[in-house]
Design a protein around this ligand. Sequence first.
Ligand SMILES: Cc1cc2nc3c(=O)[nH]c(=O)nc-3n(C[C@H](O)[C@H](O)[C@H](O)COP(=O)(O)OP(=O)(O)OC[C@H]3O[C@@H](n4cnc5c(N)ncnc54)[C@H](O)[C@@H]3O)c2cc1C
Length: 425
Amino acid sequence: MLEEIKQEEFEKELKENENLVLDFYSTECPPCEALAPKFESLTELYGKDVRFIKMFRQGNRELAEKLGVKSSPTLLFYKNGKQTGDFLTGGIRKSDIIRNLDNLLPPEKVQSIKDKIKRVVTHTDVIVLGAGPGGMAAGIYLAQAKIDTILLDTGMPGGQVTTTHQVSNYPGFIEPQKGYMLSHYMAEQAKVAGVKFKVAVDVNTVDLIKKEVVIDGYETIKAKKIIISTGASPRYLNIDGEKEFYGKGISYCATCDAKYYHDKEVVIIGGGNTAVEESEFISKFASKITMIQQLPHLTANKTAQERCYADPKIEVMLEYEPRGFYKNGSDKMKVKLEDLKTRQTKTLETDGIFVFVGMKPNTDMIKDPLETDDWGYIKVDDEMRTSIHGVYAVGDVISKKYRQITTAVGDGTIASIACTKEIND
Ligand SMILES: Cc1cc2nc3c(=O)[nH]c(=O)nc-3n(C[C@H](O)[C@H](O)[C@H](O)COP(=O)(O)OP(=O)(O)OC[C@H]3O[C@@H](n4cnc5c(N)ncnc54)[C@H](O)[C@@H]3O)c2cc1C
């Protein structure tokens, strides 16, 4: 059984239980809400062999700090009184918890637990795959039209908006909105409308022909229609050191990481809208920014360029391309650059690197033959129908010219109205 304890009781729990998992949670914490049902269902499955406990983080700060817990939810695993396995935090996936629980137990025990897992089949009218603005707008319209809708996301709701510092061009707000707050409003509105969220799930298979999606390894969701709203992700440079130093000096998200570069020097790779707009935000923290652009000019819009060139902290290096990232014993990152005019290389030393070189559609989970453009973006008609009957696509994942929150929301609106009509006809 899952039990709530106070920090004073923790040592006793550690002594008395060979296997233990501890959940630090908070209130008004969407990822904690997403974790709660997963944690409880695993308690039923593993509860005889592993002790499941939870602790309110704000009420037990001293222990949380001692254990290095800085955000909620955080799951910690213990074997014979010693911490083991992963330090899971944020949008925690069920498969990650299961992997860590399995590691606490002998293989035959794990097998007997797996044998007990019941496969579940859930029926709904529409599966919306991806809870960014496009998917959430579709969900709101569908639920308000009394169409049973399940909204799935491999992360938490909000998509790219969650990692956007400020949004000033979404109608309805006089002041710029923090991206994560705008996402929160959208998700709450969708919940109130009646959308059923399943977030931070593993999407194992997507069968667009049968309209079936398997999540978390055991639940098959069957629907009449599917709306794909999986958005886009940052494109990688695919050069030496990029994977190795990802999260250890290389970042793709200013909102998430700029705060770590207070009074430090950073390099930005890219010269388009995102690179230039994010440089403005990073400039609030960093002491110096060097922007590397392969073309002879920046490609961001004129106003953003003007602000960038007027910022004394920003130096723009045109016609340079990064060739590799590395470290030389110190904490500093090194960027090897090629001067495209002279073909000579030079090395910059910096505290951190931000890469903003474009996006790619999130379509890896799709195995069915879906018509796409040359860059892999899904082709749709003017009602957001894809080449597969009963499957729609909206937002940044589709082939179109302008990718914004408003355009994603517009696509979601169109798809949901078209979809509702098809279901009701
Ligand atoms: C740094 C930055 C700043 C921006 N600033 C602005 C701005 O100021 N104004 C503006 O209008 N636009 C801005 N944009 C663009 C805007 O955020 C996007 O156009 C918009 O979020 C697209 O919405 P979407 O719903 O199509 O996809 P996304 O926002 O990309 O959301 C897709 C969702 O799908 C989920 N997903 C991915 N794969 C799967 C899968 N296999 N199964 C289930 N779920 C999956 C993801 O976790 C994500 O939650 C910005 C983008 C960035 C990166």
